[in-house]
Design a protein around this ligand. Sequence first.
Ligand SMILES: [Zn+2]
Length: 244
Amino acid sequence: MKKYIAVLLLFTCIFGLSSQAAAQKSVPILMYHSIDEFKGSGIRDLYVSPKSFEQQMRYLKANGYTLLTFERWDEINKVEKPIFVTFDDGYKNLWNAFSVFQKLKDDTFQPAGTIFAISDFITKPKRLSGPELLEMSNSKLFSIQSHTATHPDLRNTPNSEYELKGSKEKLESITGKPVIALAYPFGFFDDRVIAETKNYYKFAVTVKPGMFKETGQPNELYRMPRIFVTYDMTLKQFAEALHK
Ligand SMILES: [Zn+2]
């Protein structure tokens, strides 16, 4: 009888695990930089126009997506269609994204984005200032996370503690909220960078294209891929990218 129960338990366990694995979702993490018209200077694909951005967010709203930030990571297997909307480099033009979020917010849809700010660039004219980051953070529409202090290649920088710990502390002092996620500048990382990042962060995103899928691989939360949303992407291509 005991043996029978043990076998039954084993079966329940295996079946339970496999059905849990089957339920695991692919999670798109979108990557944006500037939300502005491209006017010819810089790299076209580091921009998405405010109009396209609004269409894309309207698509997510109409199709039942749940916009998450990294503080709510544990909910990826609980909510409908989880998705992350991330912005690298902390440009001032993200105010355009803020306007779109405010416009689309209602009882059925709570917009949320993650801004990966470069902590030493906050005083530069084209970047969001400390008070602006605080206002965006307080709106609950944005989570402010780190893109290091000076945007170096972390594989070669002599000041990795300043880049990782220093930027985290500076951003936390601005928003009063924990900084738990890092975007590697240029997407560059190696095993040593991951080991150091783990001292200060729970998550790190790359620029490797693709969807995040939980597989149990070591350090999978420190090598998360993202979907690069480009300037000329049509809404159809945007929708397709969410299902690849
Ligand atoms: Zn960057």
